[in-house]
Design a protein around this ligand. Structure first.
Ligand code: UFG
Length: 328
């Protein structure tokens, strides 16, 4: 019988892709999701258990029922802009919710935990390629909430031997090339899906948030990583833990940054359509430039990103965009 992995947020964008990768690797992914932002339609690769991270009794029940060998924790609110307006939402759900989950994991005797963190924990560090040892100085509540969870994991590792792999994601993009699952947020706030909507005439012009940043073309620079490559790293992280290699932090990005204008240009090239856009003010909480050093994941986990070039990510997102959406 295959081993079970508890996947919180498995009905969301990254979690659903992780479930597909886990299934392909021979595990049974059990999705735990409150469907506040996720979609039951996206749960295709293992059982679904509806529940909330803040509900300890429900978590205990799920651990007892499924006896997971590991937890992959994706469930979180993840909008930088919203986190600046409603920090309590981020501290309550992301931090208190994660603490509840981590306590339940330890109580159930489960020793392996894979956590979805973010480059937003690094904050705005001028012209530096960030690596795992870079100082973490988040400038938004979202990044601060994720950094706090990293600290909780370290403390629980010391106190209870909870082994954890922390992945700090850069900007995740693209979709499953087989279009079984894909990126679909409501409301949508991310650059590439918003741009594809604008190209398809499904919404008004894209607004470029800020053209006066200290970058070559004045727009923010991000390091985009394909969701399929990202979840492959999670399966490698799980194996790392199963092999007893201990707790470790890994960045997941490509080391190459693209400005918002470059993403606009590449989207025009991939879709062969005009990108309607206007130039607007900066969005509060946005860092100027976030680019990853990911040598550690490549050297230590043997991670090999195959689809993380901008053209492929936009092409895969565009293919999903033609057919894909979920219904509540
Ligand atoms: N952008 C626009 N217009 C839009 C949307 C975004 O110009 O309508 C710009 C943003 O200002 C930013 C870039 O496009 O410069 C990317 O923005 P996204 O909203 O797509 O992504 P973020 O960089 O804000 O956030 C993402 C994840 C977070 C993660 C963060 C780290 O959503 O979970 O990357 O930067 F923490």
């Amino acid at each position: 019988m295959s081993q079970t992995v508890l996947v919180t947020g498995g009905a969301g964008y990254i979690g659903s892709h992780a479930c597909k990768a886990l299934r392909a690797a021979g595990y049974t992914p059990v999705t735990f999701d409150n469907l506040s932002t996720g979609w039951e339609d996206a749960v295709k690769f293992g059982p679904f258990e509806k529940g909330d991270l803040l509900d300890r009794a429900r978590l205990d029940e799920i651990f007892a029922k499924h006896k997971p060998v590991a937890v992959m924790h994706f469930a979180a609110y993840s909008q930088v802009g919203e986190s600046m307006q409603d920090p309590a939402k981020y501290w309550r759900n992301n931090v208190i919710g994660s603490l509840t989950l981590i306590e339940a994991t330890v109580a159930a005797g489960c020793k392996n935990f894979v956590f979805s963190s973010t480059c937003a924990t690094y904050g705005d560090q001028d012209n530096v390629v960030l690596n795992e040892d870079s100082v973490q100085l988040p400038i938004n509540s979202y990044g601060a909430s994720k950094r706090a969870i990293e600290d909780i994991l370290d403390n629980f590792g010391d106190a209870f031997g909870l082994n954890h792999v922390i992945f700090r994601y850069f900007n995740v993009a693209g979709s499953d090339p087989e279009t079984e699952v894909g990126e679909f947020h409501q409301p949508e706030t991310h650059l590439i899906p918003l741009m594809l909507d604008a190209i398809a005439g499904k919404r008004d012009a894209l607004t470029i948030f800020g053209t006066d940043y200290d970058t070559p073309d004045g727009t923010c620079i991000r390091d985009y990583v394909h969701v399929c490559d990202l979840v492959d790293a999670h399966v490698l992280g799980l194996k790392w833990l199963e092999e007893g290699k201990g707790s470790r932090v890994f960045n997941l990005g490509t080391g190459k940054g693209f400005s918002v204008r470059e993403v606009v240009d590449q989207s025009r090239a991939v879709t062969n359509k005009e990108v309607p856009y206007v130039e607007g003010d900066r969005r509060p909480g946005d860092c100027t430039k976030l680019v990853s050093g990911s040598e550690r994941a490549m050297n230590e986990l043997g991670w090999e990103p195959h689809r993380s070039n901008l053209k492929q990510m936009i092409a895969d997102a565009w293919a999903w965009h033609q057919i894909g959406h979920y219904e509540k």
